[in-house]
Design a protein around this ligand. Sequence first.
Ligand code: ADP
Length: 303
Amino acid sequence: KKVADRYLKREVLGEGTYGVVYKAIDTQTGQTVAIKKIRLGKQKEGVNFTALREIKLLKELKDSNIIELIDAFPHKENLHLVFEFMETDLEAVIRDRNIFLSPADIKSYLQMTLKGLAFCHKKWVLHRDMKPNNLLIGPNGQLKLADFGLARIFGSPDRRYTHQVFARWYRAPELLFGSKQYGSAVDVWAAACIFAELLLRRPFLQGSSDIDQLGKIFAAFGTPTTSQWSDMLYLPDYVEFQYVPAPPLRSLFPMASDDTLDLLSKMFAYDPKFRISIQQALEHRYFTSAPLPTDPSKLPRPT
Ligand code: ADP
């Protein structure tokens, strides 16, 4: 079936946060694409126009570490977003027991993630929903961030009906405490969780509810004190937690290098004001000290 007289729909690739994703052929270019169908049905008149206008801005975000939004158009009750087609994602890489990830491979995957984020933060676009299955991997090993800016345009989706990995595990503490004035630091926290997941080969902080998520964070890094994070007390959903001291970070990541632990601890800073920025993280000595990041084309991938 053809949509917008241009795309030949093929099989369903999966059900995502906002709707079904199809594989399709762009008959104008012959290129394989992924079409994300976003349900707009229940929303009020006008939302469609706002969404469409904002989506047009995303089309301008072009970078080698960002999934290209090729086209966007309304069709029936849905908004169709056309993206370049990607072979696999970082979640599949992390979960694949046949794949060995060397420290250089982990560095390469993290560097590409941070480069994509740096580009978007420079343009004042936040991701807000970073997780390994949003980091897609192309035929030449390039990692590209998917779903940029969608969380802000469409709001936090109703996750009850999706079988996705809980994005809660990647939520920064300020979001879990209900902060509404959050900034780019939320993407840094999520990137740190992904960094930790690459090292551990399993999700680092697997909370079963928002409160449990905070409990897991505080068990890992110690309950934040007001001297570490003074504004915490004024967040809308702030609740006091029993004090637990921080275990040595080394005990959680026994195999990691000193550079790895130093960068990780700076990305996991409690106070978003003091959390390292994406740009600073990219300039951290972790990326220039041996081993150097693996060339993307040489990265191990699922077969
Ligand atoms: P979620 O909202 O849970 O992150 P998505 O809506 O992004 O999921 O994607 C749903 C499914 O479609 C996933 O299985 C994903 O692998 C696949 N998919 C999404 N975007 C692309 C793409 N650009 N190329 C290939 N597959 C994709």
